[in-house]
Write a protein that binds this ligand. Structure first.
Ligand code: SAH
Ligand code: SF4
Ligand code: F3S
Length: 484
């Protein structure tokens, strides 16, 4: 039997498949489906920023008379919002295009557009490589979609992959896709100025820019008034959010991330605030104190470590050391002892030795993450690492190290979730549990999923319940509501 990932480690394989599928967002019809003359279908891959962008795209298309459909077979326009972060992410998109190819053979009028990071990375090359693609649009060019669609309708292939230093889509009200009506993502910035050597994002998303604070607060207020009870503020590096209304970026009226968090938290104590992602080099005490001050700012931080070894961190250009990272974790726990913590880890980065891999395991031991996203290194063309270092760790070694990381994290997750048995949490109800409509599904402040039986209380999604935990797996807490 071939040593595929699937038979070497079925758990990991399952995760891969889930990760690949994780992305799909389908837009429901908003309002009267007959109000729209044409239909579009959109699927999103990659990070939450991409999902958030798809909601901007849906809004632009609605204005153009396109209504959303969940069924690509009936779409006039099929869009894939793509991710380039790892090679596998790109392969998933190419496979998906094969499916659409068949559909297009039977319906030549159907247009296919590729959006997002892969569009930006490959640019017009996409049209050569994938002949069935009609439109290629980068993340900063979505306002030009109507024009590009008209060109494509006229039989011309069309591309716009210009990156911008200003575009934040601040004035576009996103159309919420596949929403539970309770939780929403709100983009607060775009792009990234860090140059982590493994990472393609600075090339696909361009320079970092922060969105007007007022437009962010306004969007969150609007969500709250429509019944939403949780917003997640999104950016590749939220701690470097900085918006200055005065020309030249002066201090007058300037808003930092800590100040923005406070503004959003003040909208209502019933509106939960989350954010992602924090960078260990930039997260400040100011942010931690603001989190501690407001009950409705969730006590949860996603703090990607990537590696536990200082030499590797240097090669990765993360600009912090192992000790700096551990000191940040300590600081978080000093200020908020009950704070949930998760991370991202990469195994097998260029030149990583066994000892250096052990350092990653030991940083995990010391930090005790509740959850982690774990990857093996995938070289991305054009990145600093691709240009400077040889991708010299054999695939089997990367995978074996990854499995060790995953096994260790699984045991830490199990410990963390089991330690919650007996504790009582405030849970925001997001809907029915997937397994049974006799149970509610929600999350606690620490971002852990909590499932608990309904009783005769007239609760609905968007309400808060007080739940005592009775049982746990390594990814779910099961509890019961405390008597009223
Ligand atoms: N802005 C976030 C991360 C965005 S990408 C941050 O700075 O933390 C999400 C995660 O994908 C990264 O944290 C990293 O762990 C992983 N990743 C990025 N590039 C990768 C690559 N080339 N190979 C493997 N994993 C990668
Ligand atoms: Fe990529 Fe680093 Fe920017 Fe995160 S901070 S998006 S890992 S370059
Ligand atoms: Fe992927 Fe682009 Fe996000 S590369 S992770 S979709 S910023």
């Amino acid at each position: 039997m071939a040593e595929t990932l699937q038979n070497l480690h079925p758990e990991l394989y399952k995760k891969d498949v889930e990760e690949a599928r994780q992305g799909e967002a389908y837009a429901p019809f908003e309002g009267d489906p007959n109000a729209y003359s044409k239909k579009f279908y959109i699927e999103s891959y990659g990070c939450q920023m991409n999902f958030s962008d798809s909601e901007i795209v849906a809004s632009i298309l609605h204005e153009e008379g396109f209504g959303a459909t969940r069924n690509f077979e009936e779409a006039d326009l099929v869009l894939l919002n793509t991710c380039s972060i790892r090679e596998k992410a790109e392969q998933t998109v190419r496979n998906r295009l094969q499916t659409f190819r068949k559909q297009k053979e039977g319906n030549p009028g159907m247009l296919i557009g590729v959006l997002g990071c892969m569009a930006e990375r490959l640019k017009a090359k996409f049209l050569e490589e994938e002949k069935l693609v009609d439109i290629v649009v980068g993340p900063d060019a979505y306002r030009s979609l109507p024009g590009l669609i008209s060109e494509a309708e006229g039989g011309q292939k069309s591309v716009n992959v210009l990156l911008s230093r200003e575009e934040t889509y601040a004035d576009i009200a996103p159309v919420r896709l596949d929403s539970n009506g309770v939780t929403a993502f709100v983009s607060i910035m775009r792009g990234c100025n860090n140059m982590c050597s493994f990472c393609v994002v600075p090339f696909t998303r361009g320079r970092e820019r922060s969105r007007d604070a007022e437009s962010i607060v306004h969007e969150c207020e609007d969500l709250f008034s429509r019944g939403y009870r949780e917003v997640t503020l999104l950016g590749q590096n939220v701690d470097s959010y900085y918006y200055s209304p005065s020309a030249g970026g002066g201090l007058e009226g300037a808003v930092t991330f800590a100040m923005l968090l406070e503004k959003v938290a003040l909208i209502s104590p019933l509106l939960r605030v989350r954010f992602s992602t924090s960078h260990p080099k930039d997260i400040t005490d100011d942010v931690l104190h603001t989190m501690a001050k407001y009950h409705n700012i969730c006590k949860y931080i996603h703090l990607p470590v990537q590696s536990g070894n200082t030499r590797i961190l240097q090669l990765m250009n993360r600009t912090y050391t192992r000790e700096w990272y551990l000191a940040k974790v300590k600081r978080i726990r000093e200020i908020m002892p009950d704070c949930g913590l998760s991370t991202d880890v990469i195994s097998g980065f260029c030149t990583e030795t066994e000892e250096e891999h052990q350092d990653t395991l030991s940083v995990m031991e010391l930090s005790r993450f509740d959850m982690a996203y774990m990857f093996s290194y995938s070289e991305r063309p054009g990145t600093l690492a691709a240009r400077r270092y040889e991708d010299d760790i054999p695939e089997e070694v990367k995978k074996r190290r990854l499995i060790e990381i995953i096994n260790l994290q699984n045991s830490h997750s199990r410990e963390s979730y089991t330690a919650d048995i007996g504790k009582t949490f405030e849970v925001l109800i997001e809907g029915d549990s997937k397994r049974s409509d006799l149970h509610w599904y929600g999350r606690n402040s620490q971002n852990k999923v909590v499932v608990f039986p309904k009783d005769d209380r007239p609760l609905q999604k968007g309400d808060y319940a007080t739940v005592q935990i009775k049982n746990a797996t390594s990814a779910t807490l099961m509890g019961e509501m405390v008597p009223a």
